[in-house]
Design a protein around this ligand. Structure first.
Ligand code: LMR
Length: 334
């Protein structure tokens, strides 16, 4: 009797060990934007590739639209291991203590995606991601969104039009300095709170790539949008370092492949998605879209250029210079 019970117990034990070994590894991927955005689509693409390549040994759960965590909370959640993956905007790494990422927020530092990719796909981009290690965070990739434009309930054609307006920004000191250089009053708000803040007049305006403006319906509460494209907004895809380093080697390799494919996909679709959102905003008829002239664009550039020198002490003169070198940025150009 005893022997039978022992054999049965051992059999059940090894069965549950086997079952445990076959439990998929769960990656909770939390983000704050809508599914129908460059980041939303790229996260879904990563999920698909990761599950395919690992043959189901990894399951990725994507939580969009701040359903799990808002901006600040999601960073904390990643550090304590409550989620395994995020893709916060590069403007949101200051609170984590890696303020160098705010270099991407400098007004007009990139003229187009090609210039930007020289940084994000090159040694400067890698060096920045490696700075996250010390925070228990592993930087995996950069995903594009696009270039930001200003919106408000009044027409914005010159820096003077922004004077005195309360403008919502992300938690970046560079963006704060940019808004002050334009005479406006910066207000840091979580992304999930922007629509309501615009609707109720807590803030007067904001800046975002059009894909974010459109999918959060901000165009319904902003009468004017000026295509200033004065700054870049993109993402660093990050994971909990302990989690990542603890993965079986073969799985980590498959996830790296999935991330590489998702990154190519993300950076391919970003521009077309923003273009499509712009068309949708125009079609809605709710927001007047204004394209600034070359002279008007130059006036915004001139007014905000001082932010580059003002922020040297925060983000590092050498880092700013190394980006100028990669992209050929010329502060004297107007
Ligand atoms: C914002 O807060 O405006 C953006 O960072 C949202 C996002 O993730 O694109």
């Amino acid at each position: 009797m005893k022997l039978r019970a022992l054999v049965l117990g051992l059999a059940l034990g090894s069965f549950s060990l086997l079952a445990m070994a076959q439990q998929p590894i769960i990656i909770k991927f939390s983000h704050v934007v809508a599914n129908d955005t460059p980041k939303g689509h790229a996260a879904e693409y990563f999920k698909k590739k990761a599950e395919e390549l690992t043959k189901g040994r990894v399951k990725v759960e994507v939580y969009a639209n701040s359903t799990l965590y808002k901006d600040k909370e999601e960073m904390e959640a990643l550090q304590i291991g409550a989620v395994q993956m995020l893709a916060p905007s590069l403007a949101k790494f200051g609170p984590l203590g890696v303020k160098e990422f705010e270099v991407f927020d400098l007004p007009y530092i990139f003229d187009n995606y090609d210039e930007l990719h020289k940084v994000t796909q090159g040694p400067v981009g890698r060096m920045l991601l490696d700075k996250l290690d010390a925070k228990g965070v592993k930087g995996l990739a950069y995903w594009d969104n696009g270039f930001k434009s200003f919106s408000a309930n009044k027409e914005i054609k010159s820096p003077a039009d922004l004077k005195g307006l309360k403008m919502r920004i992300q938690s970046s000191k560079v963006l704060e300095s940019q808004m002050r250089a334009l005479g406006s009053l910066p207000q840091v708000l979580a992304f999930s709170e922007v629509y309501q803040a615009l609707q109720t007049g807590v803030v007067d305006g904001t800046e975002n790539p059009i894909s974010n403006l459109y999918t959060q319906k901000m165009h319904e509460v902003q009468k004017h949008l000026t295509l200033t494209e004065h700054g870049y907004l993109g993402y660093a895809v990050i994971t909990n370092k302990k989690f990542w380093d603890g993965l079986p080697v073969d799985i980590r390799k498959q996830l790296e492949d999935a991330m590489e494919q998702a990154t190519r996909y993300a950076n391919q679709i970003a521009k077309q998605e923003n273009d499509a959102s712009l068309e949708a905003v125009k079609k809605s008829g709710k927001t007047q879209v204004y394209v600034p002239t070359a002279a008007e664009r130059a006036a915004f550039r001139k007014a905000t250029l001082k932010v580059h020198t003002e922020m040297e002490s925060r983000i590092g003169k050498d880092l700013i210079q190394s980006i100028y070198k990669e992209t050929g940025f010329n502060p004297a150009k107007l």
